[in-house]
Design a protein around this ligand. Structure first.
Ligand code: PMP
Length: 356
């Protein structure tokens, strides 16, 4: 008889969580449209920077000082107002651990980025989900109404992953004015470079952290800059708030290669933003085509589109997968499809036409 080994006791809140599942890996002929990655190959200059970096038998600079200085100059802030970590998801964890503990509340919109629900739970805190509006946007009034004396942090995701719409500048300003000054607001702008809506909030251009020192803006090199595999993201905000994130973060987790590639990407920003413009064109083509087929696609401002497939989600995702299109289904709700290679747009349109 096989007996189960006795395993260490796991905190019930952790045992109850589904472990993070990555978007399905694609076969050689498939298009991987499940993780909002950038389909372009890395620039030669970025690859060169990877060669020419601290040797891997040495630890990296724990403060990512060169990249912080570069970002500070780019955004006109002191390097101490910049925090770099191994992906912006790491910064989300650090900030929630720094602000929320047992019994505290963290407010976020739902549906939104699938990593959000685990953030408060890992910290021992409680997540408060505020439903999106009917047009898949943040309901910022309802989010502000959800704040209690236990609220320690609020996450605002713009454009919202996975549905696509932005929060406007005016909406964010009115919202931030309503939130108590001692409650952290994380403005997650992972897809900011893909935004074309002229009224969208841009936390860095607007320097929202100056009027509201409780706001931290998150950005990443994973999407527009195509460095998802190297893991590097950053936050800009008040030095003391970022110090708290630096404290809860795992030391030395930003590698020298990631830091160098980040700097090389900023050097090549114009070239990388040309690629972003290509992806935006593909997005427009995909959204227009899907809407022409009758799909009710919300405003798509990131590098992905949302198909509201409802109860038919898993079946629809299986049809895409059979056609070598790996998309991201959210059971009972909808499918997120990343903007990938040019040919993938045609393939998605062909398959979507059979489903509507
Ligand atoms: N925020 C949002 C809204 C995201 O969609 C993602 C990635 N899917 C992240 C943060 C994290 O990105 P990274 O850790 O690669 O910087």
């Amino acid at each position: 008889m096989v007996t189960e080994p006795i395993l260490p006791r796991i905190r019930p809140a952790i045992a109850a969580l589904a472990p993070y599942r990555q978007g399905r890996q694609a076969g050689p002929d498939a298009f991987k449209l499940s993780s909002n990655e950038n389909p372009f190959a890395p620039l030669p200059s970025v690859l060169e920077a990877l060669q020419d970096t601290t040797p891997i038998n040495r630890y990296p600079d724990a403060t990512a000082g060169r990249l912080r200085a570069r970002l500070g100059a780019r955004y006109g802030v002191d390097p101490d107002q910049v925090h770099v970590a191994s992906g912006s998801v790491a910064i989300l964890h650090q900030l929630i651990l720094a602000t929320a503990s047992v019994g505290d509340e963290v407010v976020y919109a739902w549906r939104s980025f699938e990593a959000y629900p685990s953030l408060p739970l890992v910290a021992g805190a409680v997540g408060v989900q505020v439903p999106l509006t009917a047009d898949a946007r943040h309901d910022l009034d309802a989010m502000a109404d959800a704040v209690t004396e236990r609220t320690r942090a609020i996450i605002v995701c713009t454009p919202n992953n996975p549905t696509g719409p932005i929060v406007t500048s005016a909406e964010f300003a009115a919202f931030a004015d309503r939130i108590p000054a001692d409650v952290l607001i994380i403005l997650d702008e992972a897809y900011a470079e893909f935004v074309t809506a002229p009224d969208a909030v841009d936390g860095l251009a607007e320097r929202v952290y100056e009027r509201h020192p409780n706001v931290v803006v998150l950005r990443t090199f994973s999407k527009a800059y195509g460095l998802a595999g190297l893991r590097v993201g950053y936050a800009i905000g008040h030095e003391k708030v970022l110090d708290a994130a630096r404290t809860t973060g795992i030391p030395l987790s930003v590698t020298a290669a990631a830091e160098s590639a980040g700097i090389a990407s900023l050097d090549a920003e114009a070239e990388l933003l040309e690629r972003v413009a290509v992806l935006i064109k593909r997005r427009t083509r995909l959204v227009t085509g899907l809407r022409a087929q009758g799909w009710d696609v919300p405003d798509a401002q990131g590098n992905f589109v949302w198909l509201p497939t409802g109860d038919g989600t898993d079946a629809a995702a299986a049809v895409f997968a059979d056609e070598d299109l790996i998309v991201r289904p959210f059971a009972g709700d909808g499918i997120r499809i990343s903007i990938g290679e040019e040919a993938s747009v045609d393939r998605v349109l062909e398959v979507a036409a059979t489903l509507c």
